[in-house]
Design a protein around this ligand. Structure first.
Ligand code: FAD
Length: 317
């Protein structure tokens, strides 16, 4: 059976209705870089049972699956993504966070981090405020172990509920040894995060003070130019062994402003590649490869990309 036939079988057997999927779905506007082609099949249902069935069938027919959060850490190939893309924001569309105890909350994976932070502030809880201004969803932040202003997701995580590659529900308790700087256990398996329990702190500060504190982090990002151009945040991870942040290393190699097509190394932060002028994903890829090669040639340091290159015909960087 061809991929196309498998796809049709999955739609029918999971009982996905016509409003719940799009064939050849454009993804460009679903990414912060504003690049990328189409998903062969994008599923945007809110029903977890249907997604569980899709995952089981995709596993059975060996059809590739990809989970799309808010697309803030992705460069999606100009040739699109093969197989099935699951829209995690749609899956959480009608779910809201809940307070389990004085200091524990449960939140749906597709919620935007900004919404989650504001909700926690309304609950007079501390622990999420440094993440205000972080683009993306809770699921993406957990997958990436996002880090903002010295706080990382692993610091507040209790457990994650996933659908595994066969579509079965599993609860993964937080184990510190599995989490490192920008590393999570989710990166080593096919697992769709559907919700997570987080441990926060009941605050003695007023809601207004917490809101202002959260806003100060977003203001700092705005002032640093994070939102000035389409981008994916930091292009490369930092590596302590190199003695300097990646941005300084790249700047030291005189790469600020270097451009390939519409993609360039931003003038305001050398570790941020921006889509300055209608860049293609292939131009971002070539630029990131060039920075990596040039830094290696000039300093001997091998930078590791943090942005993820997803979809057809992206050789490993
Ligand atoms: C302007 C800007 C500033 C940024 N600043 C920071 C920063 O300070 N710190 C930082 O760490 N990052 C930063 N980033 C990067 C990005 O915001 C984070 O990596 C974010 O957590 C990604 O979330 P997302 O929902 O957009 O995930 P996506 O980009 O959609 O996906 C990223 C990965 O997560 C996976 N994923 C998403 N949702 C799920 C799910 N429910 N289940 C399983 N896997 C899932 C995807 O499959 C993919 O592999 C920045 C990006 C931008 C554009």
């Amino acid at each position: 059976m061809s991929l196309r036939t498998h796809r049709q079988a999955i739609i029918e057997q999971a009982r996905i209705t016509s409003q719940e999927y799009t064939l050849q779905a454009p993804l460009k506007e679903r990414t912060w870089f504003k690049v990328g082609g189409k998903a062969d099949l994008l599923i945007h249902t809110q029903e977890h049972t249907k997604i569980a069935r899709v995952m089981a069938l995709a596993h059975q027919y060996a059809v590739p699956l990809f989970f799309l959060g808010d697309g803030s850490n992705l460069v999606i190939s100009d040739e699109g993504i093969e197989g099935i893309v699951i829209d995690t924001q749609a899956l959480s569309a009608h779910q809201t966070p809940t307070r389990l105890t004085n200091d524990r909350i449960k939140a749906p994976a597709g919620i935007l981090m900004e919404q989650l932070v504001l909700w926690s502030v309304e609950q007079q809880l501390e622990g999420l405020t440094p993440f205000y201004g972080l683009p993306g969803t809770l699921g993406g932040a957990l997958f990436m172990n996002a880090r903002c202003y010295d706080a990382e997701m692993a610091d507040i995580l209790v457990d994650i509920t996933i659908l595994n590659e066969r579509g079965e529900r599993e609860v993964i308790p937080f184990k510190p040894e599995q989490w490192e700087y920008k590393v999570s256990p989710l990166q080593h398996r096919l697992a769709l995060v559907i919700e997570a329990t987080l441990s926060l702190k009941a605050s003695t500060q007023s809601i207004e003070a917490l809101r202002q504190h959260a806003q100060s982090f977003k203001d700092d990002r705005t002032q640093k130019g994070h939102f000035a151009y389409p981008c994916g945040g930091s292009t490369f991870k930092n590596n302590r062994a190199f003695g300097k942040p990646s941005g300084q290393i790249i700047d030291g190699c005189s790469l600020k402003g270097y451009a390939i097509g519409g993609a360039s190394v931003s003038q305001f932060h050398a570790n941020i590649v921006i889509n300055q002028n209608n860049a293609k994903a292939s131009e971002i890829y070539q630029l990131v490869a060039h920075i990596k090669d040039e830094v290696l040639r000039q300093t001997g340091h091998m930078l590791e990309p943090e942005v993820l290159f997803v979809g057809r015909n992206f050789p490993l960087l």
